[in-house]
Design a protein around this ligand. Structure first.
Ligand code: FAD
Length: 289
């Protein structure tokens, strides 16, 4: 199918893009990689009257590391670029590990991290990764700039805290403490498909091997990326033994709220959540050296 008619603007400056969005509000959509928006327009599921194309806007695609190991990623950074970035691989290896599971290389070459997050598909890997990494998002509009925690950004399927005039401009990732380990594991029917279940885990241990911090979040596990705070809290203060991990994974199984699909019943998704959490936590523990 062909999309419904629309006006196309390709500004070169962010201020111009924000002014266009302020003028047209919900009638307008930002175009990033187009990997979700263009198919939706072709199916006429989305019929924006105006597209504000961000591909020519300068300065939105950077990946910058802070001296403390934090990372600042521009919303227009292509997923493939984030996946291959050497600094990101060192500071936040969870990004590349999860991005390898996002769609196919061609789609990652074009698709952007910001577009993926703004699209807010609950089956998407990166929103769950953002919860696990305790990310913050910089939202810009002609009115100003604000920061929102990833935990407050995803509100419902395909629905975020972005106001009609706002752009997701940057993704801020705090540094991981020493002796932190991270892991992402998912199960999908075919490589590149959306996951039936995915688990992102971040663990920090002290010099004696005790867990001082844990964050776990899942994709395809509910209407938004699903954090598992009870499972994570159960690990803190433990040695992250097999039994500790099994107890946390059993808690996580209760915390997720999978909705089921043609591929997997909610009961099977819960089973996957427990199995994948066990594997992800075991891997994260091994990596937390
Ligand atoms: C065959 C196929 C398989 C896929 N499999 C997966 C998968 O397994 N996992 C996965 O996570 N994704 C998957 N995707 C989706 C893919 O990752 C998309 O690239 C991504 O979801 C959207 O990113 P984009 O840059 O293409 O955004 P676009 O499609 O351009 O935009 C998506 C939405 O976000 C809005 N938007 C974009 N950028 C901004 C911004 N900076 N600020 C505010 N709003 C913005 C747009 O207006 C639009 O509503 C798949 C896509 C295809 C076609």
């Amino acid at each position: 199918m062909k999309p419904a008619p629309f006006d196309w603007h390709a500004p070169a400056a962010i201020e111009e893009a924000l002014a266009l969005k302020a003028r047209h509000g919900e009638e307008a959509r930002f175009l990033a990689g187009g990997q979700s928006l263009v198919p939706a327009m072709n199916f006429r599921v989305a019929q924006p009257a105006v597209l504000v194309d961000l591909n020519r806007v300068a300065g939105l695609g950077g990946i910058d590391a802070g001296e403390d190991g934090s990372l600042r990623i521009g919303a227009m950074a292509r997923n493939a670029r984030v996946e291959r970035d050497a600094v990101a691989a060192r500071t936040h290896p969870l990004l590349a590990e999860a991005l390898r599971e996002v769609a196919h290389p061609q789609i990652r070459n074009r698709g952007t991290l910001g577009g993926n997050l703004a699209h807010a598909d609950p089956a998407s890997e990166m929103p769950a990764v953002m919860l696990a990494l305790d990310a913050r998002f910089v939202l810009r509009s002609a009115r100003g700039t604000r920061e929102v925690a990833a935990a407050d950004f995803f509100l419902a399927p395909l629905t975020t805290a972005l106001q009609p005039d706002e752009m997701l401009a940057e993704i801020l990732l705090p540094s991981l403490a020493t002796r932190s380990g991270t892991a992402f594991i998912e199960v999908a029917r075919r490589r590149g498909d959306y996951a039936m279940m995915g688990v992102a885990a971040v663990l920090t241990r002290d010099a004696d091997g005790l867990c001082t911090m844990a964050r776990i979040a899942c994709c395809s596990a509910g209407p938004t990326p699903m954090p598992a705070p009870r499972a994570a809290a159960a690990l803190v203060g433990t040695r992250v033994s097999e039994t500790d991990i099994a107890e946390a994974a059993a808690l996580l199984r209760q915390e997720v709220a999978p909705m089921g699909s043609v591929q997997a019943s909610p009961a099977y998704q819960r089973h996957l959540a427990e199995v994948l959490a066990t594997r992800a936590l075991t891997l994260a523990k091994e990596r937390a050296r």
